[in-house]
Write a protein that binds this ligand. Structure first.
Ligand code: NAD
Ligand code: USQ
Length: 404
């Protein structure tokens, strides 16, 4: 199978490219390296030292991997080049990871909000339009997010994308299945809800075959393939904008920083290990929807955890201190969460669940590169609104007073 990986230099895209390449797929990567530019903008770097993309690809070939093609395009801007690429490279499937994916980054300022909306929505739409215009039968697999559902009260486990409802028609109650209502918690998450509508339209209007993987928070760093050579190492973000909660806690523990629990830590979220991410994408590719079928939506998560329980677990494992800090986000301080993931389990996914052994592995990676960590980049400074900004400002003024 020929697979074009959009965003193949990123945290999920790079290990997916290698995983599929190792299993006989011919791989092409499209990436504009904007994630590396954002590192420069924020003055941060991946905790693990990542090679330039060309060197990564060359290292894969040197250790016996297949050749991977690279196309430096900006999706949402270089439309003609994308269209030509789909026509000439002739992918059977396109896996779309190429979006600005950090909620805090998307909330930093109007500039960041506008960039995230423009980048993500235009990228997704251009991919859809180009597949139609190319007249090729391509299966599009997109990485969406569990966050599209929001974290309000749910009646039982969140279904996979669609919700059965009863509607009244001429005084008669009729059962319908609708796209699950959305409740995004950031501009980033909002763009994923827009993506869903684009997919729904193109599946209906052009019979495109689309799978949308609603992924939970990814933890971990390495996969079977990225471990094969130090030059293949995956990126590992720990800063206040791009670091995700469990990875941040593990690094904070490794560098002796207290674990930064936002608010009460009662937020419950869905999680998945990076090794399972790449397996899930391979499973989704193996079971495409038929032309004319509705968008196939799968919940790509394996377990749910409350943030303060995660903090407690990492603290017990490592001896780290825990700190409850003012929450920069506008989010429910406590929520319950359960989600269905039967489709991927039914396709054979055997989840890697949070275990002390695996976490110790990551703490070891973090310790090995601790000298690259910039502790001043750990606090999450992007505030969601004026009220949150005031709370954080009051909190740091109090801290300064305590220090004198
Ligand atoms: P990432 O930022 O590490 O990777 C995204 C890649 O896409 C980067 O290499 C970037 O340079 C590229 N890119 C972005 N916009 C582009 C554009 N317009 N044109 C070309 N290239 C572009 O992010 P990630 O963690 O690998 O996430 C990949 C996808 O998975 C995202 O869509 C994200 O929403 C989704 N996801 C990630 C997580 C997670 O915890 N990391 C969880 C759920 C869903
Ligand atoms: N949190 C802390 N302390 C920290 C960092 C985060 O308590 O130091 C809390 C946050 O306030 C939030 C929760 O942990 O309640 C999760 O935050 P996160 O940064 O780990 O995850 P999130 O912002 O939701 O985004 C990440 C990815 C995004 C993906 C999403 C999946 O960056 O690309 O879509 O996870 S989901 O959350 O299911 O929508």
């Amino acid at each position: 199978m020929r697979v074009l990986i959009l965003g193949g230099d990123g945290f999920c895209g790079w290990p997916t490219a290698l995983h599929l390449s190792a299993r006989g797929c011919e791989i092409g990567i499209v990436d504009n390296l904007s994630r590396r530019d954002i590192d420069a903008e924020l003055g941060v770097q991946s905790l693990t030292p990542i090679e330039p993309l060309g060197a990564r690809i060359e290292a894969w070939r040197e250790i016996g991997g297949e050749t991977i093609d690279y196309f430096p395009l900006t999706l949402g801007r270089d439309y003609d080049e994308l269209l030509a690429l789909i026509g000439e490279w002739r992918p059977d499937a396109v896996v779309h990871f190429a979006e600005q994916r950090a909620a805090p980054y998307s909330m930093k300022s109007s500039k960041h909000k506008r960039y995230t909306v423009r980048n993500n929505v235009c990228a997704t739409h251009d991919v859809l339009a180009a597949i139609v215009e190319s007249e090729r039968d391509v299966h599009l697999v997109h990485l969406g997010t569990m966050g599209v559902y929001g974290y309000g009260a749910t009646a039982g486990a969140i279904p996979e994308g669609y919700l059965k409802v009863m509607i009244e028609s001429d005084g008669v109650l009729v059962e319908r299945e609708i796209l699950h209502p959305v409740s995004p918690g950031s501009i980033y998450h909002l763009t994923k809800t827009q993506d869903q509508l684009l997919f729904q339209f193109y599946a209906k209007n052009d019979s495109l075959r689309i799978t949308d993987l609603h992924q939970g928070i990814v933890w971990g760093c390495q996969t079977e393939e990225t471990r094969a050579d130090p030059r293949l190492v995956n990126r590992f973000d720990y800063d206040g904008d791009y670091g995700t909660v469990l990875n941040r806690f593990l690094i904070q523990a490794a560098v002796g920083h207290p674990l930064t629990i936002h608010g009460s830590g009662g937020q419950t979220r869905a999680f998945i290990n990076i090794q399972d991410t790449v397996r899930c994408v391979a499973l989704a590719l193996s079971r495409p929807p038929q032309a004319g079928e509705r968008v196939k939506i799968l919940n790509q998560m394996t377990e749910c955890w409350r943030v303060r329980d995660l903090g407690g677990m990492v603290a017990r494992l490592t001896g780290a201190a825990v700190e409850f800090v003012a929450n920069p986000r506008n989010e429910a301080s406590e929520n319950e969460l359960a989600a269905c993931n039967q489709t991927l389990i039914g396709l054979g996914l055997e989840p890697i669940t949070l275990e002390a052994g695996l976490m110790t592995d990551i703490v070891e990676i973090a310790r090995a590169h601790a000298d690259r960590a910039d502790l001043s980049k750990i606090p999450s400074a992007a505030t969601w609104n004026a009220e949150r900004a005031a709370v954080l400002a009051a909190d740091s003024a109090e801290e300064r007073l305590r220090a004198v």
